[in-house]
Design a protein around this ligand. Structure first.
Ligand SMILES: Nc1ncnc2c1ncn2[C@@H]1O[C@H](COP(=O)(O)OP(=O)(O)OP(=O)(O)O)[C@@H](O)[C@H]1O
Length: 937
């Protein structure tokens, strides 16, 4: 292409004027020829368009004999204006760099594209050149290149400046990847969750011209773009990723040194990269989106709040509340809990609801407001709580379901739904014409609002007491009865019931968060789950009826009872979408002083957004019944699943899978300032896809957490040095238990990898380890509550010394032990003996089954009685994840891994049929039956 002396000067004159007027002008004036003639600038204003065309034509003629533009000759004054052109570094093949870009933009900026085409046509008619070399062809190429550039412009800032950092941390789109990118970069989808336009200028530049402008407005982008302009073009692709972080760093940390910027940014990477790097599927992206935002909050004083806000995209900062004393619970609970010295050992399933009740006859005493101190582990007397079936008379009117009755008050807000027929990808349910369907079962008129009456009476029946009769638009009554036994109808098949029971004593050192602080939470605010049709179904009901209530569900069967409520399998009417609904009787909770636990669970559920934690689809109160609508897990719990295994223990690989997912869930909880405190297989449900879901948060502790960035030198965990026969490459036994066996004899050696791949892997691992690490472990949290499950209680809880987040790592060790050996390590004949064993007995491993050294080593490190020396106590899950037991595990993609076992598919229809065949109608609260009868406890 020719020089820009002629027409370009005219254009330039207009450019400058335009550039003053708008930012686009700046962008476009980057395309200047090196020879500018001020007089012509002036002429540019005076001449008519026709004259401009002629000038342009002349310019093109002249330029055709000139060489390409030498960027180094561009006056510095112009550089500033040109830097946005750097955005367009990527070029279409065959188009000269400087000429094409400059001329194109000059033409565009001056709005004379038509004129230039005209000129080109003129030229073409005279020219003997081939079409390819003609001006028209060139102009056409320019426009084509313009299109290409717009699409590829993201690369511009990538090559960036001399201050470039080495690790790309900013979510990007449209940039080429380097070898580091999969490891350290979050998936592009993350941008919509955590990266604002100003913090991710590269993304802005890469998207649209408008985006470019906004990025350019950001002061910090300017020098970057300038330097891009000065970069040799050949290096652009190779440096792209390396420098990707620069714009972000400068925009956020303009006052920081480059080193500080590096640290801050790499901390994000350190936190997120190994786990969140790749998202080959939507599911993975979900994980990434969930966790990445947390990693961005290194500087926040209340990072868990910030993290949550980012993770959930919730603008309301009041959604989270952390009690000032770093604890939760016991607003209504007794100040102290007294425990009898006798232990009533559970006969049934470990999960049978035991409760360490507050009683005047109990032995341990604590002063109100003082620390609970227990010097002996022998004083706990858990009491098996009588199971109750509460029959509730609910004068319910089916019509109230669709009316604005006070019976059902929806707490969460509804969102729009446009689809009328959808197929749920996860639960495979069909969302048929929900409007029609819901009309069938949720008549919305002619009915008066209902009222509720509660009466209690003993009853002996065990299963679902379904006294349901459908009668649209007539008043119905639900009878809620109490029962004293056999109400636990959890389907366990032939397997033994768990004997582990949760203890729920709170000391005065705990306090409940104010619910009002969470009132702004929206259960539907999980953008990564937007394709989950259960959300769609819920939204549709909300949209249609204005609220979500119990009447919108058919309660199909009871899944089980806990300390504070009963969980039902329920179908959202008209959708075939299964949900698990936890129903809690507020009156009962108040009477038993368990309201704080219910409240704690509800609050925690509302803030969760993680693939291995429950999704709360809705919550509402109906007739003094608090209901939580959650994802239904058809796979049962790990306690049951373990008992189905040969020898009643999991193969090591399966155990590793489950504990790894649990570890990620715990890590997330800790980062949110939630200490779980009740880990046990019974609380780990198996989802439809075979992955796990950690449930049951009523014993969890809310606290504050202060993320810390640890330098690489302090976070590298060297694998234990071992020697012996198994350190050689000859060992291929994945379950090798030789004490001297090195890490590599665990799984990786089964598949002989090439030396090159091994080396690469080692290098990557070394790189990951050398990164600074974000640790968000609530190490300062303290509670004196006596909560947990006997066999899982940490020594510090039993001793009443006060406990913190390390209790979760203790329970994690017990959990791994139980999965591998089929029993817990300190279980005694009774609970008091168990507690004594926990405190006094040293850890022993049975001879059988065979368990790898790595697994035992990890258990040993976790079951250290002194919480401060326990693995995980300092850096939380990050420490544990680096243990050789998990070597080779891809944390980022584990949710996409194939689970050890898949549960049977959930067929809501067959559950309905089975329910009807038994002569019981499923619970259809909304269908205006005479009486709705269901168990609460
Ligand atoms: N989302 C779910 N999908 C399938 N089953 C569930 C679901 N949530 C809970 N359950 C089952 O329902 C039963 C009761 O659960 P719930 O959480 O109320 O009690 P819990 O786990 O015994 O705990 P706690 O007494 O400490 O509250 C449990 O056996 C559990 O396996």
């Amino acid at each position: 292409m020719g020089s820009f002396s002629g027409t370009c000067e005219i254009t330039e004159a207009k450019d400058e004027m335009t550039s003053v007027q708008n930012s686009k002008g700046k962008y476009q004036t980057a395309a200047h020829g090196r020879s500018r003639k001020p007089p012509l600038l002036k002429l540019g204003y005076d001449y008519s368009l026709e004259a401009d065309i002629n000038k342009l034509f002349e310019a093109i003629s002249i330029k055709s004999s000139s060489k390409s533009l030498d960027l180094s000759d561009i006056p510095s004054r112009k550089n500033a204006l040109k830097k946005p052109v750097g955005v367009g570094v990527p070029r279409s093949p065959g188009i000269g760099f400087s000429e094409s870009v400059s001329l194109k933009q000059a033409l565009r900026r001056q709005c004379i594209s038509q004129a230039s085409e005209l000129a080109a046509m003129k030229r073409l008619s005279k020219s003997t050149c081939s079409p390819r070399d003609s001006e028209a062809g060139k102009i056409a190429n320019l426009y084509r290149s313009s299109v290409v550039e717009t699409g590829e412009s993201s690369g511009a800032l990538n090559e960036v400046n001399g201050r470039g950092l080495e690790i790309s941390l900013v979510p990007e789109e449209g940039t080429s990847s380097s070898t580091e990118k999969p490891m350290y970069l979050p998936a592009p989808k993350m941008k919509s969750y955590s990266q604002s336009a100003h913090s991710s200028p590269r993304f802005a530049l890469a998207t649209t011209e408008k985006g470019t402008e906004s990025a350019l407005v950001n002061n910090e982008i300017v020098p970057v773009a300038t330097e891009v302009w000065n970069q040799p073009s050949k290096s652009e692709s190779s440096q792209e990723t390396k420098h990707a972080v620069v714009p972000t760093l400068s925009s956020h940390n303009s006052g920081d040194s480059v080193l500080e910027s590096k640290m801050k940014s790499t901390s994000r990477s350190a936190h997120s990269s190994p786990r969140f790097a790749l998202a080959p599927t939507e599911k993975c992206a979900s994980l990434i989106k969930t966790e990445k935002p947390m990693s961005t909050e290194v500087r926040s004083q209340t990072p868990n709040l910030e993290l949550l806000k980012k993770a959930k995209h919730v603008g309301d900062s009041s959604l989270l509340h952390h009690s000032t004393d770093g604890s939760l619970a016991s607003g209504n609970n007794p100040a102290s809990m007294k425990l009898s010295s006798k232990v009533s050992a559970p006969k049934l399933r470990r999960k049978g609801k035991l409760q360490t009740v507050s009683s005047s006859s109990t032995a341990i005493k604590t002063n109100k407001g003082s620390k609970l101190t227990r010097k002996t582990p022998h004083l706990v007397k858990p009491v098996i709580r009588n199971k109750q079936i509460v029959k509730k008379n609910l004068k319910q009117d089916s019509a109230s379901v669709g009316s604005t009755s006070n019976i059902n008050k929806e707490i969460t807000s509804g969102l729009d739904l446009s689809n009328s027929q959808l197929l749920c990808q996860r639960c495979r349910c069909t969302l048929t014409d929900a409007e029609n369907e819901s009309n069938k079962v949720s008549p919305t008129s002619n009915c008066a609002s209902g009222s509720a009456e509660v009466s209690s009476s003993n009853m002996n029946s065990g299963g679902n007491k379904v006294g349901f009769a459908s009668n649209n638009c007539s008043k119905s009554r639900a009878v809620v009865e109490k029962t004293n036994k056999n109400s636990k109808t959890r389907e366990k098949g032939d397997f033994s019931q768990s004997s582990k029971s949760s203890l729920g004593e709170y000391s005065t050192s705990t306090s409940i968060s104010d619910e009002s602080n969470l009132s702004g939470s929206s259960c539907g605010n999980r953008p990564h789950m937007s394709k989950d049709l259960r959300w769609e179904a819920i939204r549709h009901v909300r949209k249609q009826h204005g609220f979500l209530g119990l009447g919108h569900f058919n309660l199909l069967k009871k899944l089980g009872s806990g300390d504070i409520g009963t969980v039902y399998l329920a179908e959202l009417i008209g959708t075939n979408c299964p949900f698990a609904i936890k129903v809690m009787d507020n009156e009962f909770l108040a009477r038993r002083k368990k309201m704080p636990r219910a409240q704690a669970e509800r609050e925690i559920l509302r803030i969760l957004d993680h693939p291995f934690l429950p999704t709360l689809y809705g919550q509402f109160t109906s007739d003094n019944l608090s209901c939580l609508v959650m994802e239904y897990c058809p796979g049962g719990d790990l306690h049951v699943l373990r008992q189905k295994q040969n020898g009643r223990y999991f193969p090591e690989q399966a155990a590793r899978f489950y504990v790894a997912e649990v570890l990620l869930a715990l890590e997330y909880l800790h980062m949110l300032g939630v200490i779980y405190r009740d880990l046990k297989p019974e609380n780990i449900l198996v989802r439809e896809d075979g992955h796990i879901m950690l449930t049951d948060f009523d014993l969890s502790l809310r606290c504050t957490v202060s993320p810390t960035l640890l330098q690489s030198s302090s976070v590298i965990m060297e694998p234990p040095k071992m020697s012996g026969p198994c350190t050689g490459s000859s060992c291929i036994d994945p379950l090798c238990i030789e004490p001297s066996c090195q890490v590599a004899c665990f799984s990786p050696r089964i598949l002989p990898a090439s030396a090159k791949a091994k080396k690469l892997k080692a290098e990557l691992a070394a790189q990951v380890r050398s990164l600074p690490q974000l640790v968000a472990e609530p190490t300062d949290a303290r509670s004196n509550s006596f909560v947990g499950t006997h066999e899982y209680l940490a020594p510090e809880i039993i001793k009443g010394e006060g406990h913190g987040s390390a209790v979760d790592w203790w329970t994690f060790g017990i959990f791994l032990y139980e999965l591998l050996y089929g029993r817990t390590p300190f279980k005694g004949a009774g609970n008091d003996e168990t507690l004594a064993n926990v405190v006094l007995q040293s850890l022993k491993f049975p001879d059988s089954p065979l368990v790898s050294f790595q697994a035992r080593d990890l258990i040993r490190a976790l079951l250290v009685k002194d919480p401060e020396s326990r693995l995980g106590s300092e850096r939380g899950a990050a420490e544990i994840k680096q243990h050789p037991f998990f070597d080779g595990l891809n944390w980022a993609l584990i949710r996409c891994a194939i689970p050890p076992q898949l549960p049977e598919l959930c067929d809501v229809g067959s559950v309905k049929v089975a329910s009807l065949e038994k002569g019981k109608k499923y619970l259809e609260y909304g269908a205006a039956g005479d009486h709705l009868e269901f168990e609460l406890f």
